[in-house]
Design a protein around this ligand. Sequence first.
Ligand SMILES: NC(=O)c1ccc[n+]([C@@H]2O[C@H](COP(=O)([O-])OP(=O)(O)OC[C@H]3O[C@@H](n4cnc5c(N)ncnc54)[C@H](O)[C@@H]3O)[C@@H](O)[C@H]2O)c1
Length: 337
Amino acid sequence: MSETILVTGGAGFIGSNFVPYFCAKYPGYRVINLDKLTYAGNLDNLKECADMPNYRFVQGDICDEALVKELFEANDIRGVIHFAAESHVDNSITGPKAFIETNIGGTFNLLENARRHWMSAPNKVKPGFENCRFHHISTDEVYGTLGETGLFREDTPYAPNSPYSASKASSDFIVRAYHHTYGMNVTTSNCSNNYGPKQHGEKLIPTIIRKCVAEEPIPIYGQGTNVRDWLYVLDHCKAIDLIFHQGKSGETYNVGGFNERNNLQLVHKICALLDERRPRKSGKYADLITFVADRPGHDLRYAIDSTKLTRELGWKADENFDSGIVKTVDWYLQNRY
Ligand SMILES: NC(=O)c1ccc[n+]([C@@H]2O[C@H](COP(=O)([O-])OP(=O)(O)OC[C@H]3O[C@@H](n4cnc5c(N)ncnc54)[C@H](O)[C@@H]3O)[C@@H](O)[C@H]2O)c1
């Protein structure tokens, strides 16, 4: 009998890279993609799944108690891979409420329905449900900010600084509590910045490419010195697959590619690739770089130590930044801008 896995937020950036990969790799799973289709969700990103017999889309809100209960019961959900979230830090500064509702309330609603469906009492899994797992996808932003040195490890204390990262940290703690209190089979991954195809145009890399192509000023916060650890999205998807299937219950795993770049390095790299691929009539794309007022509370540096994931589960990123960014720029030029 094939098992049904509930994927949430599969129409977003990472989810829409994950779902086609996962459905193709595991034809034995039936995958239900529950997504509200907020401004960030885009079904065009899931065209590859149209002919996949093991894929089904349900439009709905992870906060909707009746809907999530019905989905668990009617489909006998045996696993959850939870991407759905409000994910843009800038939006969390102007409108934090949706972040609290979806990222905290929605995660709680999913966990609670999974608990009721899979468990009969604290530390008592219903017979036959022993392998049911809830995998929660989180971010390195829960750890706060780093100085010029050091890396986030799984035991780094949480110190979230934005409403977004605070809401993700809260959801991580609820997931943790369901393991420690109820004995639920959960895993969590905390990943660094992803890049690659299908990302919403509001995020930094698509914005740089779009502005270049439109010959408009490229806005860079502050002096462009903020450092992020960039991971190609498919490498994140592969890590999630590995942790969902082989991770240890109750554990968290950091995911990152040891590819630190500051925003200036990033924008110059993309501009140089565009200079080769679609040269301007005069001048270079880097001439369009414009510094704008910094984001309030802007974390200086994130960098992930993913040694645990490599040592315990054998994960390794297939792309480095130089190979992944070429694929990414080419995808946006061919598909978006
Ligand atoms: N993008 C990154 O660099 C990154 C890095 C680390 C972790 N993460 C985490 O990975 C997950 C996915 O991130 P993303 O970049 O793909 O986000 P995204 O904003 O591109 O997509 C989010 C998806 O969730 C859906 N959604 C939002 N609220 C919902 C709700 N209430 N009910 C159902 N669906 C809802 C949206 O419609 C959208 O399809 C998030 O949990 C995020 O915190 C992202």
